[in-house]
Design a protein. Structure first.
Length: 453
């Protein structure tokens, strides 16, 4: 190292020390309002603008194929003769999006689709049970053996949705809810439907069939899609920028529960981001969970999550329901209700066991799911007993507006006080369990990592 290099090195060290000293002096001498404004400006330029730019760059890869599929369905001149074209386009478009995101790793998904179709075609009964066992075993094999963990973390959420679809399809065929045999193109299109291929949500085969055969469109479709897109952008901003700003602001506070709540805030809003993105893509592809019969009654709605019910819950039961509405409906119909023959405790444990297996049997996540299941069941039983004893509207779910037979109605002082107390308990559990969810999220459980790729 010559003398010039030494001089440059010393000068750089002096500049660095000077910058650190200046920042220290500014932090100590500037008024709090100016320091706050400086921090907020840094968040705007260093987090918000790059985040929005990255989101716009990546979102077109997912949204454009959904809109293109919708336009192809509307403009298809052969829809009266055969719907196989629609099923082929739905599946191929979804596979193209997945291939662009994950390249040859989609072979794992294609193999799962083929295995599921062979089970449906080769068995004449007990398809649902066999499909559940095979699908869950396939997920566990991918988790521990077949694919490298780094790649599996990106595919876990997609494979979970695929397994749920196959289990629902096989069970519906067993229960005669699907009249005609399902061809490979129909199964392929349903499993890899472009509107649900990356972020979900879970939809039944009946809803998918209505989607590919529905050629109607109106301004409400555009409004619903844009609304869901804006909400997913807002949730991503809160999850990434606002949560980090809050953690920096309260970093010196000694209240560990406030810090835990803010830490869990990031995970919750990243989940809302995934759900609203899922809602936007499924709406863009033409899926709605409302039955419609004409243009006058056509409504576009596909609610995946209800953040207000989660952030300010009446009970943990509402958190379970509104955290992921399609998955809740799927587990209730295909797992909980058939398991009631063994009793409510058995049905609850079986439901949360299947949910944990679908998520890949991650220890942290499984512990959280099991804890929520036990807490929610105990709270439900306790509040049911208290409601009977006090004759008050304090059950886990709100009574129907005109069907409440309790003496103390929803707005009475007794009911309001007890419900508020249980809400505080639920918020406490959310702060505690949310911290564990954050650990699971760091291990790759959240599908938001798919978007970042």
């Amino acid at each position: 190292m010559d003398d010039n290099d030494i001089d440059l090195y010393i000068q750089a060290q002096d500049n660095s020390a000077s910058d650190e000293l200046m920042n220290f002096i500014l932090d100590k001498r500037l008024p709090p309002s100016i320091t706050w404004f400086h921090s907020l400006t840094n968040q705007y330029y260093e987090c918000l603008l790059p985040l929005i730019s990255q989101m716009i760059d990546n979102h077109y890869l997912i949204f454009y194929p959904c809109i293109l599929f919708r336009l192809v369905i509307i403009c298809n001149p052969f829809y009266r003769y055969s719907d196989y074209f629609n099923h082929a386009i739905a599946g191929l478009t979804g596979m193209l999006v997945l291939w662009h995101l994950f390249a040859n790793q989609i072979a794992i998904l294609l193999m799962a689709t083929w295995i599921g179709y062979m089970i449906i075609r080769c068995l004449s009964q007990k398809r649902g049970i066999v499909m559940a066992l095979v699908s869950l075993s396939y997920i566990l094999l991918c988790e521990f053996e077949i694919i490298h963990r780094q790649y599996w973390q990106k595919l876990r959420g997609i494979e979970m949705i695929l397994a749920m679809k196959l289990i629902a399809l096989a069970t519906d065929i067993d229960n005669k809810e699907i009249a005609r045999p399902v061809s490979f193109l129909q199964c392929f299109g349903y499993c890899n439907f472009v509107g649900t291929a990356v972020f979900g949500p879970f939809i039944t085969y009946d809803h998918y069939q209505r989607c590919v055969s529905n050629r109607k469109i109106n301004l409400k479709w555009i409004y619903a899609t844009c609304k869901a897109t804006m909400l997913c952008m807002l949730c991503l901003i809160v999850s990434t920028c606002l949560s980090s700003y809050l953690l920096e602001s309260i970093g010196n506070m000694s209240n560990k529960w406030i810090i835990a709540w803010c830490s869990a805030l990031s995970f919750r809003f990243s989940h809302y981001f995934v759900c609203f993105t899922s809602e936007a893509t499924s709406l863009a592809a033409g899926h709605t969970d409302l039955v419609h019969h004409s243009d006058e009654t056509l409504e576009w709605q596909n609610q995946i999550v209800n953040p207000l019910k989660v952030e300010f819950p009446r009970s943990l039961v509402e958190v379970v329901i509104y955290w992921n509405i399609p998955m809740h409906k799927m587990l209730k119909k295909y797992v909980y209700q058939p398991s009631l023959q063994g009793g409510k405790w058995f049905a609850v444990l079986m439901t949360y066991l299947i949910s944990a297996l679908l998520h890949g049997l991650n220890f942290s996540l499984s512990a959280v799911l099991l804890s929520i299941g036990i807490y929610a069941y105990i709270e439900h039983a306790l509040r049911k007993k208290l409601a009977q004893t006090l004759n008050a509207c304090i059950m886990s779910r709100r009574c129907q507006e005109y069907g409440c037979q309790h003496f103390h109605k929803e707005n009475s002082f007794v009911a309001t006080s007890i419900n508020l107390l249980f809400t505080m308990v639920a918020l406490f559990h959310l702060a505690y369990l949310g911290a564990l969810f954050g650990i699971a999220n760091e291990l790759g459980v959240s599908r938001i990592s798919q978007f970042d790729q």
